[in-house]
Write a protein that binds this ligand. Structure first.
Ligand SMILES: [Zn+2]
Length: 246
C-alpha cells in the first residue's frame, strides 16, 4: 500500500471521506462515489458478464482516469482472491484503476496481514463489498488434500498455506464431500466465515449494513462466477445473465 499514509490523511481530512460522499450512478469506482453493497455486487456481476461474453469495455484504464485517481482512491469492492495467475481480478470483472482493492494469496488463505488490508479498505476507504474469490481446480486446495492424504507436510512456508486449508478439508470430510471443486466451494464459504470470526472490525461493518462479504467460485474455462456464500444471506443470489447485463 504505497499510498497508505497519504490516503489515510486524505480520508481523515474529509477530502475523500467515503462516509460523506454521495454515490453517483454509473461511477462506482470514481473517487468520492461510495455505493451500497448491493450496487457494488451488481457492478461486479455486470463486468464479469461482459468478460464472459467477450464484450469487455475495459473501463477506467485510460490516461485521463489514471490522472483522476492519482490523488486518492475509493474502490467499490475488495477482492480476496487466490493468487492463481488465471484469476486476475480487474480482467475477469472488467474493471480498471481505482475500482478494486485486491489481496491475493494461494488458496485465498487469510492471515493477519490479509485481514488488516481488508479492514483498511472497509474502514478507511469505505469500500462496501468484500468478495472471497476461489476457483475450480485450485492448486492450493489440491496440495492440502494431497498432504492430508499422505500425511506429509510440504516444505518451507508452503506449509502455512496448506495448514490454513485443513479446516476446510475437515468440513468437507464431515459432509462426505471428496471432489476438489466441491471442496473449493466449502473452502470459499469457510474463508468467508473465518474472515468474520477473526475480524471484529469487519463483522461490525457488516452488522451495521455498511458492508457485505460474498464468496464466489470462478470457472477457469468459462470465466463466470457463482456465489457460494454471503453475509448477509440476501446477497447470495446470482443475477440472471440478462439482469447482469442490464
Ligand atoms: Zn487457487
Amino acid at each position: 500500500m504505497e499510498q497508505s499514509s497519504m490516503s489515510m490523511a486524505q480520508a481523515g481530512s474529509g477530502q475523500l471521506d467515503p462516509r460523506t460522499s454521495v454515490g453517483r450512478p454509473g461511477e462506482p469506482g470514481t473517487p468520492g462515489a461510495r455505493c451500497t453493497p448491493a450496487r457494488a455486487l451488481a457492478e461486479l456481476h455486470a463486468g464479469n458478464h461482459r468478460f464472459v461474453t467477450g464484450t469487455p469495455r475495459h473501463p477506467n484504464q485510460d490516461a485521463g482516469h489514471r490522472a483522476a485517481v492519482a490523488d486518492g482512491q475509493n474502490p467499490f469492492a475488495v477482492i480476496v482472491g487466490c493468487s492463481d495467475s488465471r484469476l486476475a481480478a480487474e480482467i475477469i470483472f472488467d474493471r480498471g484503476l481505482g475500482d478494486l482493492f485486491v489481496v491475493r494469496t494461494a488458496g485465498h488463505t487469510v492471515g493477519p496481514e490479509v485481514l488488516g488490508s481488508v479492514e483498511y479498505a472497509v474502514t478507511v476507504l469505505g469500500t462496501p463489498l468484500v468478495v472471497v474469490l476461489g476457483h475450480d481446480s485450485c492448486g492450493a486446495v489440491q496440495a492440502a488434500k494431497a498432504a492430508a492424504g499422505t500425511g506429509s507436510e510440504p516444505a518451507g512456508n508452503l506449509r502455512a498455506v496448506v495448514d490454513a486449508v485443513v479446516p476446510s478439508l475437515h468440513r468437507a470430510a464431515e459432509r462426505g464431500v471428496e471432489s476438489i471443486d466441491e471442496i473449493v466451494d466449502i473452502h470459499i464459504a469457510c474463508t468467508v466465515e473465518a474472515m468474520l470470526d477473526r475480524s471484529p472490525v469487519l463483522a461490525a461493518e457488516v452488522d451495521a449494513g455498511r458492508c457485505a462479504v460474498v464468496g464466489m467460485s470462478y470457472r477457469l474455462s468459462a470465466g463466470g462466477v457463482r456465489t457460494v456464500a454471503a453475509v448477509p444471506a440476501a446477497m447470495a443470489t446470482d443475477p440472471t445473465p440478462a439482469a447482469a447485463a442490464a
